[in-house]
Design a protein around this ligand. Structure first.
Ligand SMILES: [Zn+2]
Ligand SMILES: [Zn+2]
Ligand SMILES: [Zn+2]
Ligand SMILES: [Zn+2]
Length: 604
């Protein structure tokens, strides 16, 4: 049924490691000819904004693909790092202790282990269970309780709901099959708790939740697709949705941005629901609904229980949705982390956030495209209430470009980082509560590498040029203080206000930094740091010993590399000279001496 096969996805060939994209850091309208116009940068263009090009001018894909308007880049094949990669699932679970008391843990499922943490922030790992030692697993109650057996020891766990529990079990089962491929399907089944699994009948893993469907699965269902597929569809087909134990047919259409669901009424195709890819949390097989043709999609709004025409169709849906989802999340996350890995603490903080607000990361450095209320099916992006028409007045979130109801959007205003970065737009705008909370959570993390996202801002905005110069000076001064044994670094650290990255990378910015830049107070902050640090270096015996004497004029005053106005450095040997002296000298005297010495050595 799908009119575009999976082979249509763009995959880089093994040798092709970089994406050639010249001139994508468009800033002002004066560059409109070759750069994307500000405000028209879609989420999927994120990678173009941040991946530095080494082979400029080389097109990323063939013109035919360009016209089709989509490409899913398999980043895993490009060998890029991703702090979130590897975890199959994370969430809260309760474990029953020896005294029968339930206690909550943060749990992480990796391909080889299940880990329980006492406090996610501090990451106190209390238990690690190797999946290689897992002997059996089963859902035990309809309230979300399930059991795992490791080396004969039973682990009693409870998820917030039955669906969540099934999701954990499905994921553990998938991981088990991957890490123990020798485990045959039949052999594994015998390890599980006995279940009624009669042919064609729903598998009942719990007698208290007896499933009764009005249609016997697979029989007398109509799978014909009588309509033209949506223009942006990657896959479009009829799927039956479980609505109060009745299977109802809908046309599902998957694009790179949404999973749309249409009803057919009087031979018209009517949009009945739309799930943004960012709201899809997972897609899983669910044989308990009746067999291998059944699966479910977990979104932030609901759990959709679906039936495909056959097992292959179900597998193809699962695979395609996962690929679209992975590509979507990865492009957003990697735009932020490329070119400089996050430190451990940032990763932990981000992992915590990514659970519920992770999809918002993509909007941090890319201006959102406002798609309009109809693309949201007139439903609040936060709580799924109906908005527009005679319902609640919809409110636009300037951070995500999505519409919200008035309880999900309280007109809280903030500078929008992406607009500051790309358009030097310092206006405070209204954002939804979720975005406001997200920005508060990440405000101190130096997630934005301006050099990667939009380096041209330094050239176009005088203030940003000054900030770059000041931060480069601060880094050089920091190098002196880090080496100095006087304890001056401790004093500087206090003044840094936890922003140690200011001494490490001059191009990293946090949301708090951008807010201070917009408020015009960041320059003063930098100025006071520069004053403190340079005052120390000029007056410290240890630091002045590490200064330079200009080897061109040989005057006795000590010069430093952070004196940008009066000194300059040899690009080869890094020796510092007076700017004026170097301008009149033909070459670097130190490099010359080295070359002479080298020639002498070779002659001997
Ligand atoms: Zn709402
Ligand atoms: Zn010193
Ligand atoms: Zn000089
Ligand atoms: Zn030199």
């Amino acid at each position: 049924k799908s009119w575009i096969s999976e082979d249509d996805f763009y995959r880089p060939s093994p040798g092709e490691s970089s994406e050639g994209m010249a001139n994508t850091n468009g800033f002002g309208p004066e560059e409109a000819g070759e750069a994307p116009a500000p405000g028209l940068i879609s989420a999927l263009d994120l990678e173009r904004l941040s991946v530095p090009s080494s082979e400029s001018g080389k097109p990323k894909m063939s013109p035919e693909r360009e016209q089709k308007g989509f490409s899913v880049v398999h980043r895993r094949q490009m060998g890029l790092s991703n702090p979130f990669r590897g975890l199959l699932k994370l969430g809260s679970l309760e474990r029953r202790g020896a005294m029968g008391i339930w206690k909550e843990f943060s749990c992480e499922l990796s391909p080889l282990e299940l880990r329980l943490f006492l406090d996610h922030e501090e990451r106190i790992c209390v238990e690690t269970y190797s999946l290689l030692r897992c002997e059996s697993l089963a859902l035990t109650h309809s309230d979300g309780r399930f059991e795992l057996v490791f080396l004969g020891k039973k682990l009693y766990l409870r998820a917030p709901s039955r669906d969540e529990a099934e999701d954990w079990l499905d994921r553990i089962r998938e991981a088990l099959h991957k890490c123990r491929p020798q485990l045959e399907e039949e052999e594994w089944e015998t390890l599980e708790y006995p279940e009624d699994s009669g042919e064609g009948q729903p598998v009942q893993s719990d007698s208290t939740a007896l499933l009764q469907y009005s249609d016997a699965p697979g029989s007398s269902l109509d799978w014909t697709l009588a309509h033209e597929p949506e223009l942006d569809a990657i896959k479009e087909a009829v799927l039956y949705v479980d609505m109060d134990k009745t299977w109802v047919p809908f046309i599902f259409s998957l694009s790179l941005e949404t999973l749309k669901c249409f009803k057919v009424r009087n031979s018209d195709k009517i949009l009945s629901n739309s799930y943004g890819i960012e709201t899809i949390q997972d897609i899983l097989p669910d044989t308990s609904l009746g067999g291998p043709a059944f699966f479910k999609v977990i979104t932030s709004k609901a759990v959709l229980k679906l039936q495909a025409e056959n097992a292959e169709e179900a597998a193809s849906w699962r695979e395609l949705v996962r690929e679209v989802l992975m590509s979507y999340l990865e492009s957003a996350e990697e735009a932020l982390t490329l070119g400089g890995s996050l430190d451990g603490h940032s990763q932990v903080v981000l992992k915590n956030i990514v659970k519920e607000n992770g999809f918002l990361l993509q909007y941090l450095v890319a201006i959102p495209v406002e798609k309009g209320l109809d693309s949201q099916s007139y439903i609040c992006a936060g709580c799924s209430r109906q908005i527009g028409f005679s319902f609640t007045k919809p409110k636009l979130c300037a951070f995500s470009g999505l519409y919200y109801c008035d309880s999900c959007h309280r007109d809280e205003e903030t500078v929008i980082p992406s607009r500051l970065i790309h358009n030097w737009d310092l206006t405070k705008r209204g954002v939804c509560r979720q975005a406001f909370k997200f920005l508060t959570q990440i405000r101190n993390q130096p997630l934005i590498d301006l050099k990667l996202v939009n380096e041209s801002l330094y050239d176009h905005v005088e203030r940003m040029g000054w900030i770059r110069q000041s931060r480069e000076q601060l880094k050089l001064l920091g190098d002196y203080l880090i080496m100095c044994r006087s304890g001056a670094l401790k004093e500087l650290s206090k003044r840094l206000d936890h922003r140690h990255y200011l001494l490490e990378c001059p191009h990293k910015y946090s949301v708090a930094d951008l807010r201070q830049i917009a408020d015009g107070v960041f320059e003063n902050f930098l100025q006071s740091l520069l004053q403190f640090a340079s005052h120390h270096v000029y007056n410290c015996d240890l630091c002045t010993q590490r200064g330079f004497i200009c080897q061109i004029c040989n005057s006795s005053d000590i010069i430093f590399p952070f004196e940008f106005d009066t000194t300059t450095r040899c690009s080869e040997c890094k020796t510092v000279f007076h700017r004026d002296c170097q301008a009149s000298a033909k070459s670097c005297p130190r490099c010359e001496r080295r070359q002479r010495y080298q020639r002498k050595l070779e002659a001997e």
